[in-house]
Structures are given as C-alpha cells and as structure tokens.
Design a protein around this ligand. Structure first.
Ligand SMILES: N[C@@H](CCC(=O)N[C@@H](CS)C(=O)NCC(=O)O)C(=O)O
Length: 205
C-alpha cells in the first residue's frame, strides 16, 4: 500500500497510528506530499487536494482519513479500532467525528494565522474557530471519562492526534488544551506513552 503523507498533518498521523495499532505499518510505503505546493499534481490523486490518501495493493484510491482507518481495520483480525456493530460503534464514531471537527476548526484557525497576511485576517472568523475548538475540547473532557489508554480505538486515536496537534502548535495558536481539562490531560499523557504515539510525533514540514 502507498500512503500520501505529510510529517505535520494530524490526519496523516491518525492513519499512521492506526496502521501500527493494526500491525500493518510494515506494509505501507510513504510518499512525502506537500499539498500547499503551488505546482503540486496531488489533486490528480485526491481531487479535494488534502492528505492523507491511500492506494491499496489492488490500486484502489481511498480518502479521507476516517475511511482509510476503516479500510485498514478491515484487513486484520485483532482488536478492532471501530466496533462492527452496536451502541459502541456509534459512540466511537461520534467522538471521532467530534475530534475531526475540532481539528478542522483548529486548522482553519492556523491557516488564517499563518497563511493569510495579517492585515487581511478576519477577527470574527478567528474567534468563531476558537469558540468551536473550546466547545469541542470541553465535550472531549466529558468523553474522556470513558477513555482507557491501555486500549485503543478510533475515538481515542482521533482525539490524541487532535489535542497533540494543538499542543504542537501552542506557540502559534495560543490554545492550552489542558487548561481546565484535567481528565483529557491525564488521559493524553497516558495514551502518549503508546509506541504508536511515540513513533509518530509531528515534525514541522
Ligand atoms: N477530512 C480530511 C482532512 C485532511 C486535511 O485537512 N489535510 C490537510 C493537512 S493537515 C491538507 O491536506 N490540507 C491541504 C489543503 O487544504 O489544501 C481527512 O480526514 O483526511
């Protein structure tokens, strides 16, 4: 399999962690991709122009990150990252959607702060994204009550890459996810000990 990859993307990190937790990381070749490059041809792989995308051994193209994780989860018989049925399946998918939505908001905020010239930045928009991130983190503080760092699933992986990225970009965003969120904070520290987390730390690209 081939993974269109970026070293600082939390969505890519989600897939890398999932692959390792599923015992599949040795089967994935990484293709370094910078979707913001003005000359990139990556839109021919994923028309939306976002990493990650996966090419399966059969040549099928799969995106975006939740779909890739579901595909990887179908390739092994161990502990499933997404339960196949029942209430737990929808609870895990809901929390993963919450953490994905939080990442979407924080990345829009980051893009506004870093990619847009300061005199063109829109304060209303930045505050709206900050509010979304704060509400989502508060909801994850509640959801962290059911997290168990000794196990793994899509909800925990997505939350970990989301809050990990907020911490990675702390100096630019000025958002301390730990502030007033002791459960989320303690869970993240414990979950971060997993080898899949240690071996996928974000790196500035
Ligand atoms: N929903 C997508 C989001 C992926 C995404 O936003 N990737 C960012 C990198 S962190 C990207 O490639 N951005 C390039 C762009 O927006 O043009 C997923 O889960 O895979």
């Amino acid at each position: 399999m081939k993974l269109y990859y970026g070293t600082s993307s939390p969505y890519v990190r989600k897939v890398v962690i999932a692959a390792q937790e599923c015992g599949l990381d040795g089967q994935i070749e990484r293709i370094d991709t910078f979707p913001w490059d003005k000359d990139t041809t990556y839109g021919g792989v994923n028309p939306v122009g976002k990493v990650p995308a996966l090419i399966t051994d059969e040549g099928q193209v799969i995106y975006d990150s939740p779909v890739i994780v579901e595909y990887l989860d179908s390739l092994h018989n161990g502990n499933k990252l997404i339960p196949l049925s029942g209430r737990d399946r929808y609870e895990i998918m809901r929390i993963a959607a919450l953490a994905d939505g939080m990442m979407d908001a924080v990345i829009l905020l980051y893009s506004e702060l870093v990619r847009r010239p300061e005199d063109l930045q829109w304060d209303f928009w930045k505050q709206r994204m900050r509010n979304t991130v704060a509400r989502s983190l508060d909801a994850l503080e509640t959801d962290a009550a059911i997290f168990d760092a000794t196990k793994t699933d899509l909800a925990q992986i997505t939350t970990a890459v989301g809050v990990g990225w907020i911490e990675f970009r702390l100096a630019i965003l000025g958002i301390d996810f730990r502030d007033g969120r002791p459960k989320l904070s303690a869970w993240f520290d414990a979950f971060s000990e997993r080898p899949s987390m240690q071996q996928s730390m974000p790196v500035q690209s």
